[in-house]
Design a protein around this ligand. Structure first.
Ligand SMILES: C[S@@+](CC[C@H](N)C(=O)[O-])C[C@H]1O[C@@H](n2cnc3c(N)ncnc32)[C@H](O)[C@@H]1O
Length: 421
């Protein structure tokens, strides 16, 4: 049973709703920490938490969900944001990623900005997270192959180098574009000496928070966003945004918001001159930015999808693989052809890879129920299939099945263990 004073502390100080983590997660974390610290009562452990910031960090590490990946939400979203930043008349443009987790979100934006020809000196990205361990991994700039599971052009060749331990290291130039800092999104004094920010990304946070904590985050976002700034959220946040304070703007699929009304004292962050980057700061824009089937899924037609990891064992082996052919057709947006190719492949064999691919095709066709059924079948055949697990997690979260999502997330973490900080 969760000791209730500790439950209340976690809700109040971290804003985390223990129910969102799945039954048993908070009691297990508390049990683990109390055993490690040799205390037996909730009051004694609450005393340790009050006296030692380091103990909070240890408890946080047990509770928070680090899941993130490069270009989560689709490359078109990040290209859109990069275009908005490039047209901005601020110098430098100030960007906030809250929460940034292990860094993939802010680094994706830095990559999209580079590919658009925007120099890293023309913007500053702050990545904020509650978990020191996530920030340490972010600052190291080394990512496992599974961090590149989003569909679309793979950024690794252009911006990363392989490391001896099988990871991918982001170029120093782009690493320096992001500053990682510890911060609590529900703390009223968050970044009180900073801001305003021209662009704020606040994605995949609300699902873990209590309603009161969400209100506190909204108040912080309102304070930290420049008068003419843009806020980018995920559908989970968008559905819960107070419309009297933020109004939707931009392509609906991207979940962008601006202040609903100008408020006295809120500053404009952009300088008044025309927004052009100095020619010396321009890199060559990349011509090959393209949208693939999973980008399409994410941009509003049937939910979300993660990419089959290029380096992963579940990737089809060769173009001769009939499923690989179906996958290529799906990535090219030829959904009917992909489905036909899938059906031909399914005649000869039934596999978890096949059902997972069918799920992706169904997602792209906007049929999330059918997609969920396919991912379920994939997981029946292979309970540890990372691609099917990733999609099912997102589908469950979208349906509000948070306990199931949390259980699947734990399974995914076992299959794709985090690298040490
Ligand atoms: C699922 S990740 C989302 C990361 C990224 N924004 C994305 O969409 O991929 C959630 C992150 O929120 C962080 N987090 C949870 N509660 C927080 C809080 N109160 N303040 C700041 N970060 C928090 C966790 O440590 C975790 O890294």
């Amino acid at each position: 049973v969760t000791p209730s004073p500790l439950d209340a502390l976690v809700r109040d100080r971290l804003g985390i709703d223990p129910a969102s983590l799945g039954p048993g997660v908070l009691p297990a974390a508390l049990d683990h920490r109390m055993t490690a610290r040799h205390v037996t009562t909730a009051d004694a452990y609450a005393g340790l938490l009050a006296a030692e910031p380091g103990e909070w960090a240890a408890l946080v590490a047990e509770l928070v969900v680090p899941e993130t990946w490069f270009f989560r939400g689709g490359r078109p979203l990040f290209d859109h944001l990069a275009g908005w930043v490039a047209a901005r008349a601020a110098a430098p443009v100030r960007i906030l990623s809250l929460p940034c987790s292990t860094g993939e979100e802010p680094c994706s934006l830095a990559i999209a900005l580079h590919d658009r020809g925007v120099s890293p000196t023309a913007y500053q990205i702050d990545g904020i997270d509650l978990a020191a361990a996530h920030l340490a991994r972010a600052a190291a700039g080394r990512f496992a192959a599974f961090a590149f599971r989003e569909a679309g052009a793979d950024p690794r060749r252009a911006h990363f180098r392989p490391t001896d331990d099988g990871r991918w290291e982001l170029s120093p130039e782009l690493r320096q574009a992001v500053r990682f800092r510890l911060g609590n999104a529900v703390e009223p004094a968050l970044l009180k000496d900073d801001g305003p920010y021209d662009l704020v990304l606040c994605r995949h946070l609300f699902i873990y928070l209590t309603p009161q904590a969400r209100d506190r985050v909204v108040a912080n976002l309102e304070r930290l966003l420049a008068a003419d700034g843009r806020l980018c959220v995920s559908p989970a946040e968008a559905a819960r945004f107070p419309q009297d304070r933020f109004r939707a703007c931009g392509p609906p699929a991207f979940c962008l918001f601006e202040h609903a009304a100008p408020s006295v004292g809120r500053s404009e962050s952009s300088t008044p001159q025309m927004g052009r980057w100095p020619a010396s700061g321009l890199a060559k824009p990349r011509p090959d930015l393209q949208e693939s089937v999973t980008d399409t899924c994410r941009s509003g037609r049937g939910g979300s999808a993660a990419r089959p990891d290029a380096g992963h064992k579940h990737k089809p082996d060769s173009p001769a693989d009939p499923l690989a052919a179906a996958r290529e057709l799906a990535d090219a947006g030829r959904l009917d052809d992909a489905l036909a190719a899938y059906e031909r492949a399914a005649l000869s064999h039934t596999s978890a890879d096949g059902f997972s691919l069918l799920g992706i095709i169904e997602l792209a066709r906007g049929r999330s129920d059918a997609a969920a059924q396919s991912f379920r079948k994939a997981l029946y055949l292979d309970p540890n299939h990372p691609e099917a697990l990733s999609h099912m997690i997102v589908l469950c979260e979208q349906r509000g099945e948070l306990a199931r999502a949390a259980a699947l997330r734990r399974r995914l973490a076992r299959v794709e263990p985090e690298e040490p900080a």
